[in-house]
Design a protein around this ligand. Sequence first.
Ligand SMILES: [Ca+2]
Ligand SMILES: [Ca+2]
Length: 374
Amino acid sequence: MKKIFTVLLAGIFSAAFAQAPPDYYNGTAGLTGYTLKSKLSEIISDGALDLGYGTGTGGLWETFYTSDVDKYYENNGTVLDMYSERPAGPDAYEYRLGRVTDGGNQCGTTNSMEQENSCYNREHTLPKSFFGGINARPMANDAHFIIPADYYVNGQRFNYPYGETNDPDWTSSNGSKVGGCSFPDYGGTIFEPIDEFKGDLARMQLYFITRYETKLQNFSQYNPSMNPIDGSRERGYKQWYINLLLKWALQDPVSQKEIDRNNAIYARQKNRNPFIDHPEWVFMIWNSTLSSSEVAAFKTRVSVYPNPVRNGEIHLAGYGLEKIKEVRIYNMEGRLVKSVSQDFSNLRTVNIKELPKGNYILRTEEQSLRFIIN
Ligand SMILES: [Ca+2]
Ligand SMILES: [Ca+2]
């Protein structure tokens, strides 16, 4: 009996460490717009630790062991590198965590820049040249917007802002692109990640201008031709970049991967990305660019991943999961092949191992989503 109690207690404590305490966002009720943003800035800055950049071990290198592991696609414990991960699989290459001397593929002091698949390094998703470089702390060490990424793709990304391009000059093994921007109101060169990760990266960018809102005026002096930071404390980025990030946050809702990443970083760094916990806040703060119907759609929008399906399971992600009572899966002849009723806000996985290869439609009360088993 005592043993069972101890195990239960340990479970409760580990859950408490991993997730937001219930009072974490105290004081935000009723706030909207930039007032909400400033309150969030206070909350996520209070008690946030600077764990350092890491020199071979420690810092970000250590954080990646829990924050960026592939438990979703290959599901094999390798590095989840958003610049090389292929959601439909298989990846062109994979990295093991850790230093070469520990059997891993972490970049060291001498690295080849010739091609992909040499090593993974630390990618500031908002380039560090936009906020003063590697010595600008704690920004340069903040895991909420720094990810493990292939060294060569990271080099191709250079200091370009994110964007969209119709005419890529270069494409990585997973389809990430560098090219002239085709998104409205910016004419420079941009880096476009794959669709699967656009929301993830958008929420990281929005975290940055919330966490560091009191410093933004200073940051806008750096690399001004490419820098999307506009120097305002409130909006944070130039309007075209806000428009892009809101579009991406809408089209790629929060996934389990992002929730797990937020919890893993919180366990070490002691602060959270509020836009993963409360994706609706993105639109309550920067609401100027979406129509009311887009905002309404956003509040109930879910997606399924991975697609094509891997390992006989499909996962639901996104907003309004608590409203879904049942999902029904139809084959392309329109025949119902499976229906599942469960609490989708807690249990987001549907086992479909028995279904043959083919195209399917998953229906919720509000949406129809197409997926493939191959
Ligand atoms: Ca992978
Ligand atoms: Ca995503």
